[in-house]
Design a protein around this ligand. Structure first.
Ligand SMILES: [Zn+2]
Ligand SMILES: [Zn+2]
Length: 286
């Protein structure tokens, strides 16, 4: 666990609502939120600002034969993730752990997961994970490249080169049965604590609440890339969605986006990428 006092960690990395949730019988949504109200430096903007939550979530997909965790999750939430995994796996073993990229909110729990599930293998662009985890046997770090897949029995999990990379090792994954794509840092949305939507999906909210949350992206695919034209990447993402059609799209910073909210959310983020003039600060768009 972190060396920070437990109270500090639990005040910042919170689990509200009904997490973990079974989105479908074979898809578990786990994790919680990072709360600005718990930051040791105080709420950003002072007490006058509303306390905001940045979701820090992950998924477990239960195939007919094998299981996979879609990102190990934030290390600050391990105190809860441990029990959440027991609750959703119900005695099944974890066979695979997909690692999206080398960043604490996404893969901070990898070492603990591999310890908890001795049969599990980490999959992804794992070229440097032995440096973070010298304690892990090298045969438990399996490199995947674009188009590689693993079978869970009733579906494949396909590994895809990321169109937008947060770090060099970023990969997306696609579930061929659920038609789910996980894009670690796109589609994130911040919500306010008083909105009480930590475990609520956009299509379960009233229209006005969903609309206001969709206008508050937690992180954008083009953040930090303002010096580059994003039209080609937006088109590459559209092409990827033609080859891998989605019914659920999600990330480490949002709920599963599905149903009537799916296409509007995709259209909105791609419209921003299409229209962003080179040199314009992303943050000024919203
Ligand atoms: Zn992230
Ligand atoms: Zn929340």
């Amino acid at each position: 666990m972190s060396e920070l006092p437990k109270e500090t960690v639990h005040r910042t990395y919170i689990v509200h609502g009904a997490m973990p949730r079974m989105v479908t019988p074979d898809l578990a949504w786990v994790g919680g939120c990072a709360s600005s109200g718990g930051y040791p430096t105080g709420n950003i903007g002072g007490e006058a600002r509303q306390i905001s939550h940045d979701p820090c979530v992950a998924y477990v997909i239960m195939g007919s034969q094998k299981t996979i965790m879609v990102d190990p999750g934030h290390f600050g939430l391990w105190y809860s993730a441990d029990g959440q995994l027991d609750a959703v796996l119900k005695g099944r073993q974890l066979d695979y752990v997909y690692v999206s990229h080398q960043e604490i909110p996404h893969t901070g729990n990898l070492g603990r997961l591999l310890q908890k599930y001795p049969g599990a293998v980490a999959l992804g662009d794992v070229r440097d994970y032995h440096l973070f985890h010298p304690e892990v046997d090298l045969d438990r770090l399996q490199p995947m490249k674009h188009g590689d897949k693993v079978s869970l029995g009733d579906r494949d999990i396909v590994f895809l080169d990321a169109i937008w990379k947060d770090l060099s090792g970023t990969m997306y994954v696609y579930d061929t049965k659920l038609k789910l794509m996980y894009t670690p840092d796109i589609f994130g949305h911040i919500h306010y604590e008083h909105e009480n939507v930590c475990s609520t999906m956009l299509h379960e909210m009233p229209d006005d609440l969903a609309e206001s949350i969709m206008k508050r992206p937690g992180i954008g695919p083009i953040y930090g890339l303002k010096a580059r034209d994003q039209k080609l990447r937006a088109q590459a993402f559209r092409n990827m969605l033609k080859k891998y059609p989605v019914e659920i799209i999600t990330s480490g910073h949002c709920s599963p986006i599905m149903g009537p909210r799916l296409q509007p959310v995709i259209d909105r983020i791609l419209a921003v990428a299409d229209s962003l003039p080179r040199g314009l600060d992303f943050s000024s768009i919203f």
